[in-house]
Design a protein around this ligand. Sequence first.
Ligand code: ADP
Ligand code: MG
Length: 233
Amino acid sequence: MTLKLTDVVLTYPDGDRTLTALDHVGLAVAPGEFTAVVGPSGSGKSSLLAVAATLIAPASGDVSVAGHDVSTASPATRTRIRRDNIGIVFQQANLLSSLTTLEQLLVMAHLAGRPVRDAAVRARELLHAVGLADKERRRPHELSGGERQRVNIARALMNSPEVLLVDEPTSALDHRRGEQIVSLLADLTKENGLATVMVTHDLAALSAVDTVLAMADGRLTAEVPAISGRAAR
Ligand code: ADP
Ligand code: MG
């Protein structure tokens, strides 16, 4: 398994008490598997991604990413794992307003200390894959919401991660563009052998995923019954 969470508990301080955001959560995602986690607002979806992304250390439980045991890793090692092995797509694209599409991607390679020439080749391949080959010189304000989200996704793949974590990618998009983004994520997952987790409260986003899990009150429960069976496709 490329991504594995075992018996993860995450709590936040909440006045005199603690709030349990993740309640003994287990999750395993194989290479090339596109997993969706659905659940209402406040159920713990973003917390789950933050733990998988090594941004927050859980109170207990184990997290393994691309063969690295994150739970026992030092902060410096966690940062390296996040940079080299994990692609993160947040809800808002958070693109840098002064940079072109191509430059948004090159920044990632620069941060990882990779040679600029190789990075430019990789960046153009990715922009082609997300359908933005002809928009590499645009700045964010010259792109539509869906295009910005595509840049966001391409940027997350710049350092060839094994794990892709995606938070509510369709929330700012209309239905059709939302579907296109999810279908793009499905294709990229297969083509790159990614272990992908997408959290969403948008049930319409699920047609292209392999596995659907339900999050409620910090518990990750069985596959959503009404749409089970997709994994067998
Ligand atoms: P979702 O992404 O499903 O909306 P979250 O993971 O953001 O859910 O939140 C789960 C629970 O944890 C909610 O009750 C939320 O209020 C709480 N929570 C999230 N982040 C924090 C934080 N940094 N400090 C305290 N409580 C938090
Ligand atoms: Mg959230």
